[in-house]
Design a protein around this ligand. Sequence first.
Ligand code: SF4
Ligand code: SF4
Ligand code: FES
Length: 238
Amino acid sequence: MANTTVKTFRIQRFNPDKDSAPQWAEFKLACSPMERVLTALNRIKWEQDGSVSYRRSCGHAVCGSCGMTIQGASRLACKTLVKDIPGDVIEVAPLKGFPVVKDLVVDMEHFFHKYQAIKPYFINTSPAPVKERYQSPDDQAHIDDPAKCILCGCCTSSCPSFWKNEGYLGPASLLKAWRFVADTRDEAGAERIDIVNGENGLWRCHLIFNCMEACPKEIDIPAALSKLKRATIWGGTR
Ligand code: SF4
Ligand code: SF4
Ligand code: FES
């Protein structure tokens, strides 16, 4: 292959059936600069060691499965190119702050419990109109950004408040709460505000901005959380 360089992938391995602690394993691979880290992991698994474990599905930054720590930062393996990582060694570890199931696979159960806690679905008990629940382009514009979330967990795993307190709802759930609070067709905003206003909610966010840097969808999470804070104190969504 033209323009390839040999890279060393340092992958954090952990098999709970055998290992008492995680350890690093190294794999050498000739990669092109435009190759995705996910493709490299696939080649390592298919050509060198079939026991290397990680999640992936779509390969196109849509499903949110392949969040992991690449060179110290939470990223999607399918959206990170080899050329994005300077140097010859590419270090890959599981998402920080999540319990490890095996190698790069983390347990997302708590993450999804917190997501469910904010009622991440449309609630409207008014009789349905004949045609549709109208939403203006301006109203839609308020939820466009938060609605891009693919629930990869990269933001939550980068958040120092989450590292300190695993009970914290975390940026992904809070962002989703805002997505529905700001939706003019939804009627359960007050219920969700009560939930995010609790001990492990919104006020644990100190606007450190790690979440925004980690988000593969470039969602302005701190801006959304600031609006949610304003709505919690003063009401309204604009
Ligand atoms: S801005 Fe808030 S949610 Fe985002 S990383 Fe910082 S503390 Fe966490
Ligand atoms: S807000 Fe961004 S980083 Fe967080 S879960 Fe959604 S897509 Fe992933
Ligand atoms: S494999 Fe679906 S987001 Fe990366």
